[in-house]
Ligand binder design. Structure first.
Ligand SMILES: [Zn+2]
Ligand SMILES: [Zn+2]
Ligand SMILES: [Zn+2]
Length: 421
């Protein structure tokens, strides 16, 4: 992996050297700059390699369990800053925060991600499609391998991701060497990423167990559940990515490679995806009366998921972003839904076990959150920043209705539950 990247930078340097041979005037300057940039990245990578070798020879430095999951880097190619910026993120955040077009603040500067860092490998393209009826995702190596009808609920998929789309799992991101680095402006205009998460591998059916002191609720825990997060770009407009160099900034006509030279590569339209494993908990409410509505009631399930996560964070006193959730149908032919909660802390923080323990209190807090929003102008048939909305869930704001969750939880928990906190 490290070798691949090293070879990549060396090739980029050779390209720049070839560029220099035929260059004149300003182009000559640009070629020299490209060479220097590649040299700097090679040196940084070699330093890092030495550090890793050193750490590996000192076993007490390496507590294996603490290793983060897939980490991606935003490579900074511009050379007019002496500090070397170390911009790294967990891939789940990286596909949004380092996505081409995203602005990244570091050391008081605004950097713009402009491309996928292919790291000297070919762009690997796969396909996916989401059924909003049951919130399940199909993946395949060929578009034709994805059946027209949803194999889980049997309907023709509708909704935002109902069209079969190409996707890539990025190894990293990079700035474009020609982009200026600007000082931080007071206001950033960054459209939020349209990103959604789906559970693709959960607990086996026989693993589900009734909650010990909440009759009617069953739970399925899996320490290595698999999730699939897709980012479709600002406003769901997808990314336009050069197959040859990874360039993904919206430009018309020819473009330059992130490391400088001209590129004639064709583009594909694709989404950015992260597939990862972590602690997952599936919660089923089938035994409660009344039972929750069917899984195709998107407004209900999205509102429940959002209110529940917020209530977990309140109850366990943890940051809201350490956990996230989604929902889906329980299985083939079933129209019943299940709530899915997962741990976002690399290596897992053990929250899932605590959710199981504290479930009755968490559900009460969920009810209080949707019933009693502190904002007097927030309508029951909607939501606001004080109850359900966050910057990250902007694409669901229109579907949030706190009254539906409040009414259901009230009949399940009893009206007196709203009084307690
Ligand atoms: Zn379906
Ligand atoms: Zn290109
Ligand atoms: Zn509100």
């Amino acid at each position: 992996m490290l070798m691949d990247r090293l070879t990549g930078f060396e090739r980029q340097k050779q390209e720049a050297e070839t560029q220099l041979v035929n260059a004149q005037g300003r182009e000559c300057y640009a070629a020299l700059r490209n060479i220097e940039s590649a040299d700097r990245l090679i040196a940084e990578l070699r330093n890092r390699e030495r550090l890793i070798d050193f750490l590996a020879s000192e076993p007490h430095w390496l507590p294996g369990y603490a290793f983060p999951r897939d980490v991606v880097k935003l490579l900074v190619r511009q050379q007019n800053r002496s500090e070397s910026l170390r911009l790294e993120r967990d891939l789940e955040y990286g596909i949004a925060e380092y996505a081409p077009g995203a602005e990244v603040i570091a050391n008081g500067w605004t950097l713009v991600s402009g491309a996928i860092d292919l790291q000297n490998r070919e762009l690997e393209v796969r396909f996916y499609r989401v059924c909003s009826g049951c919130n399940r995702v199909e993946r395949a190596n060929q578009a034709t391998d994805i059946p027209r009808q949803c194999p889980t609920c049997g309907t023709l998929p509708t909704g935002q991701r109902a069209r079969t789309m190409k996707y890539i799992v990025p190894r990293g991101f990079t700035t474009l060497i020609d982009d200026p680095i600007e000082d931080v402006r007071l206001y950033r205009l960054k459209p939020p990423p349209n990103s959604e998460v789906f559970l693709v591998e959960g607990a086996e059916p026989e693993r589900f167990q009734p909650h010990p002191n909440f009759p009617g609720i069953t739970l399925g825990y899996r320490p290595d559940g698999q999730l699939f997060r897709a980012n479709s770009g600002p406003k769901g407009g997808h990314f336009s990515i050069c197959r040859i160099c990874g360039h993904a900034k919206r430009t018309s006509g020819a473009h330059k490679k992130p490391w400088g030279p001209h590129c004639n590569g064709g583009r594909i339209t694709a989404d950015l995806v992260c597939e990862f494993r972590t602690d997952t908990l599936q919660i089923r409410f089938d035994g409660l009366r009344p039972a929750p509505p069917a899984v195709n009631d998107r407004s209900f399930w999205l509102s429940l998921q959002t209110a529940f996560i917020a209530a977990v964070a309140d109850t366990l006193v943890i940051p809201r972003r350490d956990l996230d959730g989604t929902y889906r149908s329980q299985g083939e032919g079933s129209s019943a839904g299940e709530l899915v909660i997962y741990d976002r802390v690399p290596g897992g923080a053990g929250y899932v076990a605590r959710i199981r323990q504290e479930l009755p209190r968490i559900l009460q807090r969920t009810l209080v959150r949707v019933r009693n929003c502190p904002n007097p102008s927030c309508v029951l048939a909607g939501s606001c920043y004080a109850c359900l909305r966050t910057y990250g869930n902007q694409f669901s704001w229109d579907e949030f209705r706190r009254d539906r969750i409040a009414d259901w939880l009230e009949s399940v928990l009893g009206r007196s539950a709203t009084a307690g906190n």
